[in-house]
Design a protein around this ligand. Structure first.
Ligand code: ZN
Length: 166
């Protein structure tokens, strides 16, 4: 059978399937680069082959799709209604692999950031996420877990402060 797409198109399709170079990741990458951060991509030999590795900051960044990586309490981490056992075992495997990777990285002295795609769905969200990641990189926190509800927390705090001021 002949291939109906050229090799370039095919590799682009495969990249999308593998989840590499997805849009939120590209945006984050470009923005961090513009801020002066330098990184390496998908480094083999580092547990979990993180999307970005920033040796200077001893930091790795994963951009996680909420569905495949099962973002807790996220509206995008739905479960398909067909073949529930199949999905349950697939998801369980993904989650346990992610946990193992995270533990290994932390033990190896890496700082680990997980950026969930839901945090970057809107332009404003994506821009805010870049700010948070940049601050985290310059800071000393071991971990960052950034999803779309990350900012709600601060909004609630700001609201509470406003109320207390009255
Ligand atoms: Zn999410």
């Amino acid at each position: 059978m002949t291939d109906i797409v050229d090799s370039q198109t095919r590799s682009r399709m495969m990249a999308r399937i593998r989840g590499k170079d997805t849009k939120p990741e590209l945006f984050l990458r470009r923005s961090l680069h513009a801020l002066g951060f330098r990184y390496r991509l998908h480094v083999r030999g580092i547990s979990g082959k993180p999307d970005m590795v920033l040796p200077k900051y001893r930091a790795v960044i994963f951009v996680h799709g909420c569905f495949w990586h099962r973002h807790p309490d996220c509206r995008y981490a739905s479960t398909p209604s067909t073949r529930p056992e199949f999905w349950a075992s697939k998801f369980a495997a993904n989650v346990s692999r992610d946990n193992a990777v995270r533990s290994t990285l932390l033990l190896d002295g890496w700082r680990v950031a997980k950026i969930w795609e839901c945090a970057m769905r809107s332009k404003a969200g994506a821009a805010a996420a870049v700010g948070v990641v940049s601050e985290w990189l310059h800071g000393t926190d071991q971990e960052l877990d950034l999803g779309e509800t990350y900012f709600n927390h601060f909004e609630e705090q700001a609201e509470a402060a406003k109320l207390a001021d009255r």
